[in-house]
Design a binder for this molecule. Structure first.
Ligand SMILES: *[C@@H]1O[C@H](CO)[C@@H](O)[C@H](O)[C@H]1NC(C)=O
Length: 318
């Protein structure tokens, strides 16, 4: 009876070591402001994910901040612009405001319109899912550049075009001094189910691109332009870190868009390996209860988790 317990401990050590070596325990987000003005990024974790070390901060022009997220983290990031603090100490922004009245958003999201970078780390089959979304409108150009990851469409996405300038008049958000500061989505501007993909238009079959969403899609082909724009707007990587840049230079985005052989039905090379390893781990987990039926239930669970982690982790290293 001692043997299985020892092997479980060995497996656990292997998986812990492996997790550290491959770095899958955390993902690094490097956020840079290349705008010619200050940006105040906001971060909102999904309901099932922990808050990160910051939920809102100041990023002077040229400044970079690095944040780590635990495995399986999910959430969104955006930039706030034209932020001020009034005499009573109340902080607010003209775009992307999260309503917290403070620099930290502390669990509140961006008031549309705002360009969003969305992430679900280790979402399915060991792959991170990410996208840049204009579904809630646009306020700043931004892109997401994966670093060191692998996968069939592990490539740069974003919206680099100036949609504040190119925004249709009826969607434009203009500041008091006449500057175009954001561009609403048609859903936000007109509240019609046809644009919002709700009510009678709540399925991919019934909710189609509109003349408004096409303006967004033409300007930013890699970004979500309406709710069911998934096919051309969702990107996946395994074991990547991510650079998020506000106002990326055009040359950066051109260089990055060549990695986007993407939208074709390409071969599923490395993504398939990961999926197979993942399914293999699940199969072994399923076999475990009988294998370990003679040991304590907690040991069995412990062992299953270790086996799963070790095999998945080895798959990611490979
Ligand atoms: C990226 O791959 C995922 C998973 O195979 C797929 O659903 C998505 O449509 C692809 N995205 C692009 C932009 O090709």
């Amino acid at each position: 009876m001692a043997a299985p317990v020892i092997s479980q401990i060995q497996l656990m050590l292997l998986s812990v070591a492996c997790l550290f070596i491959s770095g899958v325990v955390s993902t690094t987000f490097t956020i840079t402001n290349k705008c010619d003005h200050t940006v105040w990024p906001g971060i909102l974790s999904n309901a099932d994910a922990p808050a990160l070390s910051t939920t809102g901060f100041t990023l002077q022009k040229g400044e970079t901040k690095t944040i780590t997220a635990p495995s399986s983290w999910g959430g969104r990031m955006w930039g706030r612009t034209h932020c001020t603090q009034d005499s009573a100490g109340k902080f607010s922004c003209l775009t992307g405001d999260c309503g917290s009245e403070k620099l930290e958003c502390s669990g509140s999201g961006a008031k549309p319109p705002a360009t969003l970078a969305e992430f679900k780390l280790d979402g399915y089959g060991g792959m991170d899912y990410f996208d840049v979304s204009l579904v809630d409108g646009y306020n700043l150009p931004l892109n997401v550049v994966p670093q060191g990851g692998s996968g069939q469409n592990c490539s740069t996405t974003g919206c680099v075009a100036d949609l504040n300038g190119a925004c249709p008049t009826d969607l434009k958000v203009v500041s008091d001094d006449g500057e175009s500061v954001a561009c609403k989505s048609a859903c936000e501007a007109f509240r019609h189910p046809q644009y919002c993909c709700n009510g009678a238009y709540s399925t991919p079959d019934t909710c189609k691109p509109s003349s408004y969403s096409r303006i967004f899609k033409n300007a930013c082909p890699l970004a979500y332009s309406y709710a069911y724009d998934d096919k051309t707007s969702t990107f996946t990587c395994s074991s990547a870190d991510y650079l998020i840049t506000f106002c990326p230079s055009i040359s950066t985005s051109q260089k990055s868009s060549q990695g986007q052989s993407a939208d074709t039905a390409g071969t599923r090379d490395s993504a398939d390996d990961t999926t197979m390893v993942y399914e293999g781990a699940l199969a072994i987990s399923a076999a475990s209860p009988s294998t370990y039926s003679h040991v304590l239930r907690s040991h069995a669970i412990f062992g299953m988790v270790s086996v799963t982690l070790a095999i998945r982790c080895l798959g990611l290293l490979h």
